[in-house]
Design a protein around this ligand. Structure first.
Ligand code: PLP
Length: 335
């Protein structure tokens, strides 16, 4: 039995989702007449409480389009030091938008408002002009952590007072929604734009959403085209995204419960874990690379994210038996 805990990106479409894709009516989305893309974008705008939304091929592209829309070349963007666009987006912000990245140390991937505001420099001809702050909710390298809503509100208000925009990398914002019990619109209200991955815990094969004000999404549509992200009969994958939003949000609570159970099982073996807030378990293991290799060989697929930490992610395709098996294999290999 293989248990794939590498990421929630590994989920495959269920038979019901495939049926929704198979029966999708499609058009040419670059020409604006794909009914499923149009419906997905309207539904995503309504769910986020933003004026408009855009379907993109990936979360990376959605983040990069947002950076491009909110900045001018030579501006500065500010991110927490563990943020995805800094670590894993191939310097896209520098290449696509010509901006300078400033990192601010937060805690468990979350920015502290006072530390952030102290990093925002006033206008000066010597300085890169800070234009955009990115917040990640949930924070991946932070351990799947959720921003307390009052902190997000403080960040949003403080940035707006200083003339900056705020973009949320909400690849896993639905996990934050389910963990907090708040609506998506409430969670994203303090930020100007949000990207949301449909292909992680929500189980769609491809695609993300970028939501924000109408004029920003109008510009975003052109940037998407520039980056080669205009897709033709994309309704087949938009149909999967619509299915995911309708059927796979509430069940994220199961992934969170299984992550807590997995952590408890590993704690029972004497292994330390970071507090579990959503669907990620970070296990402390000296020699994490070698341990991950042994776990992978035994059928528990995972990644070492540093010398002493392995990340395990629960998702749609991991059931209770998978969690029990993972704990058993950890016990045999590293316990
Ligand atoms: C926090 C976060 N943002 C953005 C992305 C990028 O998503 P994609 O792989 O669809 O480009 C990921 C993917 O793992 C992520 O974890």
């Amino acid at each position: 039995m293989t248990v794939d805990l590498r990421s929630d990106t590994v989920t495959r479409p269920s038979p019901e989702m495939l049926q929704a894709m198979f029966s999708a009516e499609v058009g040419d989305d670059v020409l604006g007449d794909d009914p499923n893309c149009n419906a997905l974008e309207a539904e995503a705008a309504a769910l986020t409480g933003k004026e408009a939304a855009l379907f993109t091929p990936s979360g990376t592209m959605a983040n990069q389009i947002a950076i491009r829309c909110w900045t001018q070349p030579g501006d500065e963007i500010i991110l927490e030091s563990d943020a995805h666009p800094y670590h894993y987006e191939a310097a896209g912000a520098a290449v696509i938008s010509g901006v300078q990245t400033r990192l601010v140390q937060g805690e468990r991937g979350l920015l502290d408002p006072e530390t952030l505001f102290a990093a925002i420099r006033p206008y000066n001809i010597h300085f890169a002009q800070a234009a955009l702050v990115l917040v990640e909710n949930t924070a991946n390298r932070g351990g799947g952590t959720v921003y307390p809503q009052e902190v997000l509100q403080q960040i949003g208000d403080g940035c707006h007072e200083r003339g900056l925009r705020v973009h949320m990398d909400g690849a896993r914002v639905m996990n934050a929604v389910v963990a907090s019990g708040k609506s998506l619109a409430e969670v994203v209200a303090p930020v100007d734009s949000v990207s949301i991955c449909l292909s992680k815990g929500l189980g769609a094969p491809v695609g993300s959403i970028l939501a924000g004000p109408k004029d920003m999404i109008f510009r975003a549509r052109k940037v998407r085209k520039m980056l080669g992200g205009g897709m033709r009969q994309a309704g087949y994958i938009a149909a999967a995204g619509r299915y995911a939003l309708q059927h796979n949000v509430a069940r994220l609570a199961d992934d969170h419960r299984r992550a807590r159970e997995l952590a408890a099982g590993l704690n029972g073996l004497g292994l330390g874990t970071r507090p579990v807030e959503t669907n990620m378990v970070y296990v402390k293991i000296p020699g994490a690379e070698a341990a991950a290799e042994r776990l992978n060989a035994a059928g528990v697929l995972c990644f070492a994210l540093s010398d002493d930490a392995i990340r395990l992610v629960t998702h749609l395709d991991v059931d209770d038996a998978g969690i029990a098996r993972a704990v058993q294999v950890f016990g045999e290999i590293v316990g």
